[in-house]
Design a protein around this ligand. Structure first.
Ligand code: GRG
Length: 303
């Protein structure tokens, strides 16, 4: 029996697991096999994408789609595209030229497992694959595909994630002003989270502007909270639980929310952003239940 056929309502945790499995399978089918030439490149791409991760961005696509009654089969492409870009960004973020990390998701980073050149090429190949997935998506018309491509391109470019990463690298050893710090977080992490929610909105053509704006504000609040939580976990978390080396931000003298505002104010800001984000969902009633649960997961997570 599928969850929808059983007498008991599906728990949110079970829904989380079901969508995680779904996106895992879609990504597996999307990536070239490790036996396809060039094998080592494909092996590295598959390692980067299929080796765990919370799948928060695809889950936001599915949860927003649920809220708007968009068919899950239409959401698979934007969900996969978000995760492919996310995996690309993690490979680059871990490189010696950037954060120079050895551990990610409890395993060696891609350049440690393979080598630097292979890691760069794997990331290079994941980015176009994300856009290819969007333009080939079954059931999605040309106009919607163009809109999805536009959303994703904006989220990863110099006015999105790449710009945020550039500010992050330049911030090492400097004390950023609060507004600069918020801008960096919104771009580096918030942009892709926002694009995840807005991609599902784009697949609901009759969505009223007011409701789209409410979901947009929700996404922006949760996106910022996600990175503040990440900063807090870097201070409070343990390497074994995080799956990446804890304490790296302090070691590299990065500008983070706790370094600028302190831990108690960082926790309070996260809680406030969660409250603001949840308030944006009020008009959606019970349709937004899973989205609310996911927002809490994002803000209260331990890894
Ligand atoms: C991808 C266009 C493009 C450019 C690369 C390197 C870079 C520019 C951007 C880095 C962005 C970055 C690494 C932001 C940090 C975001 C963040 C908190 C990552 C951790 O995300 P989780 O916790 O990771 O969702 P898992 O492992 O669960 O998937």
């Amino acid at each position: 029996l599928g969850a929808e056929d059983s007498a008991l309502p599906e728990s949110f945790a079970a829904r989380f697991a079901r969508y995680s499995r779904r996106i895992g399978e879609r990504l597996d089918q999307t990536l070239p096999g490790a036996d396809v030439t060039p094998e080592r490149l494909h092996e590295a791409m598959r390692y980067a994408v299929l080796n765990g991760g919370k799948r928060v961005r695809p889950l936001l696509v599915y949860a927003t789609g649920e809220c708007l009654a968009v068919e899950a089969s239409l959401l698979d492409a934007p969900a996969a595209a978000m995760e492919l870009i996310h995996a690309f960004s993690l490979i680059h973020d871990d490189l010696p030229a950037m954060d120079d990390d050895d551990l990610r998701r409890g395993a060696p980073t891609v350049h440690r497992k393979f080598d630097e050149a292979t890691a760069i090429l794997a990331a290079d190949a994941l980015q176009p694959l994300a856009f290819d997935v969007l333009v080939r998506a079954p059931g999605i018309g040309d106009r919607q595909a163009v809109e999805l491509v536009r959303l994703l391109a904006g989220a990863c470019g110099s006015l999105g994630m790449t710009g945020g990463q550039s500010i992050d690298l330049a911030s090492e050893g400097r004390l950023l002003r609060p507004a600069e710090l918020e801008q960096m977080h919104k771009l580096k992490t918030g942009a892709l989270i926002r694009a995840s929610v807005l991609s599902a909105c784009c697949l609901s053509p009759a969505l009223a502007n007011g409701r789209r704006d409410a979901l947009d504000r929700f996404a922006q609040a949760v996106g910022l909270a996600f990175q503040i939580r990440d900063d807090i976990l870097d201070v409070e978390g343990e390497t074994g639980v995080l799956g990446k080396q804890a304490g790296q931000d302090e070691r590299r003298r990065k500008a983070t929310w706790p370094s600028v505002f302190g831990l108690p104010a960082s926790r309070e800001r996260c809680a406030e952003l969660l409250r603001d984000g949840l308030q944006c969902l009020d008009a959606f009633g019970s349709d937004a239940e899973f989205l609310r649960w996911l927002a809490r997961f994002i803000v209260e997570r331990e890894q």
